[in-house]
Write a protein that binds this ligand. Structure first.
Ligand code: ASP
Ligand code: MG
Length: 416
């Protein structure tokens, strides 16, 4: 017997037929003798509609009321799944965030989970074999008692937090893909599904735009050591043997991964823009003068490369921002030109960032050097490079993205 959290996203509960399909997945695990807590998202498209309604009602609105509105989507799907389970003879009860409770900060619209009380759920597993169906995405602020939401995609984070609270053996994330891949299979047909990936690697992948999981859910999983299993909700529920390993990807601690590859995956993003500031003074306070105003404008800066000046007087500084923020970033910098002091701004929006990820890099030398050689052989120019312990990122011309990703994918023996 195991204790499981099963999380289903919006497409998996898009209509009553699909909710029935979800209920069959749940029934299978219950029949196998497992204790089950289910976490659901709102039915596909519902949250977008609710957000749009808030905006339509007033473009500037109170975040507490936004939460009151958008949290309702999950209330509906949780109730519907509980009804469906009951109709199939499975004892089930729905729970909203405030009922457990799931206590959060008061940052409405982007609240952080502080504490989850799973005691009542465990009591009901034991005394009645009852399945808990929990509304994802929402919680409650303790002092005010107001409903909060966790930010878009937040029901992944709800699921992992609940798994930690009830000490679940596994947190299964059922979604519309069947796992985490070495890279985007739409770009590299030879991309492979990974059996396992370490938390840290998944964090990098998720931060770099792999949309499988909300980044915070992976952080939380890492802190509480929750084994997260990404799998497809479209597999026929009855064809899965609950005691055998179904297809999917396990996100877990490094120590659980026996055959560690040097490189685990390759991520890329074309939504990048490069800004180069030419001939800025090489003196204390200049970086602060540049990045302070950008931070104030809530512009996320990613790769930062600064050279050591040759003459001791001026240097060049290059960094990337999301392409959508490019215009805003350049006007912020133009406005601050007097304070910063530079000769000119150069920019490019037709750039892409390609990142190579793997915890194995910690113990292997020359991993990046091989990439430089392989890209050179394909005549791909590298504009900027940044590295960390388990990742390096290369900024290249956007036209070469696919070629670069494919080249690196086979270079590091990730091809199927
Ligand atoms: N329904 C919410 C959203 O669309 C939360 C989630 O699906 O995870 O963002
Ligand atoms: Mg999601």
């Amino acid at each position: 017997m195991a204790r499981l959290v099963m999380k289903f996203g919006g497409t998996s509960v898009a209509d009553i037929d699909r909710i029935r399909n979800v209920a069959r997945h749940v029934k299978r695990e219950v029949a196998a003798g497992h204790e089950v807590a289910v976490v659901v998202s709102a039915m596909a498209g519902t949250t977008n509609t609710l957000v749009d309604w808030c905006r339509e009602a007033a473009s500037l609105h109170d975040a507490r009321e936004y939460d009151a509105v958008v949290a309702s989507g999950e209330q509906v799907s949780a109730g519907l799944l509980a009804i469906t389970l009951e109709s199939m003879g499975v004892n089930a009860r729905s729970w909203q965030g405030w009922q457990l409770p799931i206590l959060t900060s008061d940052a409405h619209g982007a609240a952080r989970i502080l504490e989850v009380n799973g005691a009542e759920l465990i009591k009901r597993f034991k005394s009645r074999g009852q399945v808990a169906v929990i509304a994802g995405f929402q919680g409650v602020h303790q002092e005010t008692g107001r409903i909060t939401t966790l930010g878009r995609g937040g029901s992944d984070t709800s699921a992992v937090a609940i798994a930690a609270a009830i000490n679940a053996d596994r947190c299964d994330i059922y979604t519309d893909v069947d796992g985490v891949y070495t890279t985007d299979p739409r770009v590299v047909s030879k991309a492979r599904r990974l059996d396992k990936i370490a938390y840290e690697e998944m964090l990098e992948l998720a931060s770099l735009g792999a949309k499988v999981l909300q980044v915070r859910s992976v952080e939380l999983g890492m802190v509480h050591n929750v084994r997260i299993f990404v799998r497809s909700s479209f597999d026929a529920p009855e064809r899965i043997d609950p005691n055998a390993g179904p297809p999917g990807t396990l996100i877990c601690g490094e120590e659980e991964i026996v055959e560690q590859q040097v490189v685990t995956g390759i991520a890329f993003s074309k939504d990048e823009a490069q800004i180069s500031i030419r001939r800025v003074a090489d003196k204390p306070g200049v970086a602060a003068a540049i990045f302070g105003p950008l931070a104030d404008a809530s512009i996320n800066v990613d790769m930062i490369v600064q050279n050591v000046s040759a003459d001791g007087a001026t240097t060049d500084l290059t960094f990337t921002v999301p392409a959508a923020d490019y215009e805003r970033a350049t006007s912020v910098l133009a406005a601050a030109k007097g304070k910063i002091g530079y000769e000119r701004l150069d920019g490019a929006t037709d750039v892409a960032k390609v990142s190579v990820i793997g915890v194995g890099m910690r113990s292997h030398a020359g991993v990046a050097a091989r990439a430089f050689k392989a890209l050179a052989e394909n005549r791909i120019n590298i504009r900027a490079i940044t590295t960390s312990e388990i990742k390096f990122s290369l900024l290249i011309d956007a036209n070469y993205t696919e070629l670069a990703v494919r080249t690196l994918h086979s270079l590091y023996e990730l091809d199927r």
